[in-house]
Design a protein around this ligand. Structure first.
Ligand code: IMP
Length: 203
């Protein structure tokens, strides 16, 4: 049985303003005050686990411990079938340059590895998002969302972020970067995980 949310305030353990806005938007009907980690100047812990849930747990537990508030964190990435699930939890790392993140470089790497392997098309892939809600007493609940699709090259679209310009979600002809942001959020891995969270903790 999922523990219900009965507090007044939810801490969203992210420094990403877009993620915060998305959670706040979906929780509006429930009258919960949503605060972000940045406004409380919480430190960002190292993500040392090799699973999405492991890393999401680190972030949620650290935030709940530091503030005494129930804290929601997310960890996400893309898994590419022909690459054995890579980059997976290393999705952001593939974009690291030592001087900021370069997602064109990361997408080019994914494309080049698929071509080098002679991977047959469609290049199926999934965006994955794991949310962990941790309470200060140590209890936590896990919610997952998956957006299946395939990768295209050349990349298309100017909206979104990260690997959006190379990802076409199942049942669509456009990439995430060609979709309206709120349309994307309805079917995205993160949107689906947040819907699970709302159904589980507020339903
Ligand atoms: P993190 O969970 O914030 O560490 O993010 C993992 C990485 O996955 C991000 O840096 C993005 O590159 C990628 N990612 C996660 N969600 C999305 C998405 O909706 N679109 C594009 N890239 C994403």
């Amino acid at each position: 049985m999922t523990r219900k949310f009965s507090d007044n305030t939810l801490l969203v353990a992210t420094h990403n303003a877009g993620k915060l806005e998305e959670v706040a938007h979906l929780l509006k009907p429930f009258g919960v005050k949503v605060v972000g980690a940045a406004s409380l100047e919480l430190p960002e812990p190292d993500e040392t686990e090799d699973t999405f849930v492991g890393n999401a747990r680190i972030k949620a537990r650290a935030a709940a411990r530091a503030t005494g508030l129930p804290a929601l964190s997310d960890d996400s990435g893309i898994t590419i079938d022909a690459l054995g699930g890579a980059p997976g939890v290393y999705t952001a790392d593939w974009a690291e340059t030592g001087n900021g993140r370069d997602f064109l470089m990361a997408m080019t790497r994914a494309h080049d590895e698929l071509v080098a392997l002679g991977a047959p098309k469609p290049w199926t892939a999934q965006f994955r998002c794991t949310l962990v809600l941790a309470w200060p007493d140590g209890h936590d609940e896990i919610f997952e969302g998956i957006a299946p699709g395939h990768l295209v090259w050349p990349i298309r679209g100017k909206d979104g972020f990260g690997y959006d310009p190379m990802f076409v979600p199942e049942g669509h002809n456009v990439t995430f970067a060609e979709m309206d942001r709120w349309e994307k959020n309805k079917i995205s891995h993160r949107g689906r995980a947040v819907q699970q969270f709302v159904a589980g903790c507020f339903g």
